[in-house]
Design a protein around this ligand. Structure first.
Ligand code: WT7
Length: 635
């Protein structure tokens, strides 16, 4: 037996060494023993980071849904695959068994086929956290279509950009969505987006909120009658190991969002293996990740990783504050959740509430707590540990990215001793390196640098959809023969890693990565705005909040400032979504720029966080006088 389930620290070190000494032999053994292949590979790995090109399990054939569903039917057919917990606690939860999941995925796959979707076609999925979301992406994988999930909190503009970037021909959506005591008109957002998307031929609509919506003849159709009429079995499409499985967009610091492409076999192997170990999943556990499937966390650790292990995974439609701030704890008690995986921003928000919410619930089923998305600050870590885990459940602070597909640096619970704010040790097979600004590796411990990965792992994204050059430039150019993560990190005396944050301009607000460029674009759309720059500043709940510096056009100078602030935020909400609204807006006459015309965000960040004692080297500034003015007027 290969070491599929690590049980103590010595074993971790032993397996880790094996995985880096001979990665091919290591991953081959894992792949052989734990998955269903239609045909085995000819070669485990070929790679060249200078191109960049990475191929795992070349020549192998499989279908990931056979691994996530069919192969469990003989032993776990009646077992619950998905527990759906609706927004409204009065509405009954759904328990979908592996048999039922098979039936529903096959029906959906047949509906997509009837609508002309073929292997390699892109399917946009814009759905709230309801079972149809998981079912639709699995149905795409069943027939070899590439799913592109767009988080259902994004605006019509953001949706249209993503649909067009990957030429989706069909979109699956719902009439509306429930979030707390609000309902959102999703179909209206889709209709608006589709005005800009000539490539979309069909819109399949789930009835979730029963709200009156417009259905465009020849384009829009209700999904349920089609599912009812469809056949409940569908022969899986046989896919090559390196066939794309999905596209998922992530925002960068400049330009269009990047459609990260993940392929089939390596992604499956890595997400399944990490799930098993990072959450120490056992057969009868109930696992709950609170992320939305619109993010990579949901793809890898609500759907594919858990289902590949035959696990029971919870899908929660609602929000942590509805009907009150005890909802998470209610759900844990109700479904006897064993592993709970959430984000620091949620923990900080809940830690602000009365302790009674968490104290009045029976959380004794919990065995492992997880954190992901941004650095977890020490205070939040202790609150989580003391009040949720009752000091009995280890916290796994998992560092990874949309691009990495799976968890990269993490403790293994009950194996790796944890330290607050440290993601601790690289996962099996992961070879991190810290680099200095000259591009050389910094060896040894008690050092800090830019975090790179030296060697490919199975679930690394293979390209950016339609723009391989950008993929190379973004991740493989700064540090030769390394994947550059964009994050800074330090390695302490015992070799534990602590992530210090993004080294580029991306700002993480409530765990969401926000690029500066799209937000500035949205601000600049306002008729009174000439130019803008946004930076992040520390915020005790959101991690970071956005601070905008805005230069007005002359026509704007006479306008009421508070009205302008509202209009600018309105503009951002329409273009990007409410997540990107600015907490502070300062009107300025100019922005500090380098001679090559680039905004010096470092200075703006310092001013925003009220730390102006040392602005660093300002000698390359084109217009130093503007800095004094901005400091004088800072909010
Ligand atoms: C960026 C990736 C991976 C799923 C969610 C985010 C930051 C993520 C941690 C952590 C410190 C973290 C990094 C990373 N990040 N997890 N445990 N500690 N920082 O995916 O949107 O692609 O963002 O989130 O800066 O690069 P993403």
């Amino acid at each position: 037996m290969s070491n599929y389930h690590i049980k103590h620290l010595e074993e971790y070190f032993q397996v880790y060494r094996k995985s880096v000494r001979n990665p091919e032999a290591f991953w081959e053994e894992i792949a052989e023993e734990h998955f269903l292949w239609r045909k085995k590979w000819n070669k485990v790995l070929s790679w060249d980071f200078s191109k960049p090109e990475v191929k795992w399990f070349e020549g192998a054939q499989l279908n990931i849904t056979e691994n996530c569903i069919d192969r469990h039917l003989t032993t776990r057919g009646e077992k619950t695959a998905i527990i759906f917990e609706p927004n409204n606690p009065e509405e009954e939860a759904q328990h979908i068994s592996y048999y039922q999941l098979h039936d529903r995925v096959c029906r959906m796959a047949n509906v997509l086929k009837e609508k002309g979707v073929k292997k390699g076609d892109r399917v946009c999925v814009y759905l709230p956290m309801i079972p149809e979301l998981a079912i639709t992406i699995l149905a795409c994988a069943r027939i070899g279509a590439i799913h592109s999930v767009v988080f259902a909190g994004f605006s019509s503009n953001a949706l249209a950009t993503r649909i067009n970037d990957s030429d989706c021909k069909i979109i699956v959506t719902s009439d509306g969505s429930f979030r707390g005591n609000k309902s959102i008109d999703l179909k209206g957002i889709v209709d608006k987006a589709l005005e800009e998307c000539p490539g979309i031929e069909n819109v399949l609509v789930v009835n979730r909120t029963n709200s009156p919506i417009e259905m465009k003849a020849d384009r829009d159709v209700w999904l349920q009658p089609l599912l009812d009429a469809a056949y409940g079995d569908c022969v899986p499409e046989i896919m090559d190991a390196e066939d794309p499985l999905f596209i998922l967009y992530t925002s960068g610091s400049t330009g269009r969002p990047k459609g990260m492409v993940h392929t089939t076999a390596g992604y499956m192997v890595y997400t399944a293996y990490t799930f098993k170990n990072v959450f120490q999943y056992r057969e009868n556990d109930v696992y709950w990740c609170t992320a939305d499937i619109g993010w990579i966390t949901g793809h890898s650790y609500i759907v594919y990783g858990p289902l590949a292990n035959g696990a029971t995974t919870v899908m929660f439609e609602g929000v942590p504050s509805y009907p009150d701030f005890g909802r998470f704890w209610d759900v844990i008690e109700k479904h006897k959740v064993s592993q709970f995986y959430t984000a620091p921003t949620a923990i900080r928000a809940l830690a602000k509430q009365n302790l009674e919410y968490v104290e009045n619930r029976d959380l004794s089923s919990l065995k492992v707590l997880g954190s992901v998305g941004e650095p977890i600050n020490e205070e939040a870590w202790h609150w989580y540990n003391n009040n949720v885990g009752k000091k009995k459940s280890p916290i796994v602070d998992t560092w990874w990215q949309t691009e990495t597909g799976g968890i990269m640096i993490t403790p293994i619970p009950y194996v790796t001793p944890t330290t607050p704010t440290y993601a601790t040790l690289p996962f099996i097979g992961i070879q991190p390196a810290l680099m200095n600004e000259e591009g050389n590796e910094i060896k040894g411990n008690q050092v800090e640098g830019r975090l790179c990965i030296k060697f490919p792992w199975p679930s690394i994204a293979r390209t950016i959809w339609g723009d391989h050059d950008r993929y190379r430039d973004t991740y493989f150019t700064a540090y030769k023969n390394n994947y550059f993560t964009g994050d800074g990190a330090l390695r302490d005396a015992v070799g534990y890693y602590r992530i210090t944050g993004r080294v580029d301009d991306v700002i993480i607000v409530s765990g969401h990565n926000l690029g500066t460029a799209p937000i500035e674009d949205a601000i600049n759309e306002h008729p009174a705005v000439a130019e803008s720059a946004i930076v992040g500043f520390p915020h005790d709940v959101k991690g970071n909040a956005l601070y905008g510096y805005v230069i007005l056009k002359e026509t704007g100078e006479t306008r009421d400032r508070d009205n302008l602030r509202n209009e600018i935020n309105q503009q951002i909400t329409e273009h990007i979504g409410p997540i990107a609204k600015l907490d502070k807006i300062q009107f300025v006459s100019g922005l500090p720029k380098t001679r090559s015309g680039k905004i010096m965000r470092r200075i703006l960040r310092k001013i925003a966080s009220k730390d102006v004692s040392n602005l660093g080297d300002t000698s390359t500034l084109l217009n130093p006088e503007v800095v004094d003015e901005i400091i004088k007027d800072a909010l």
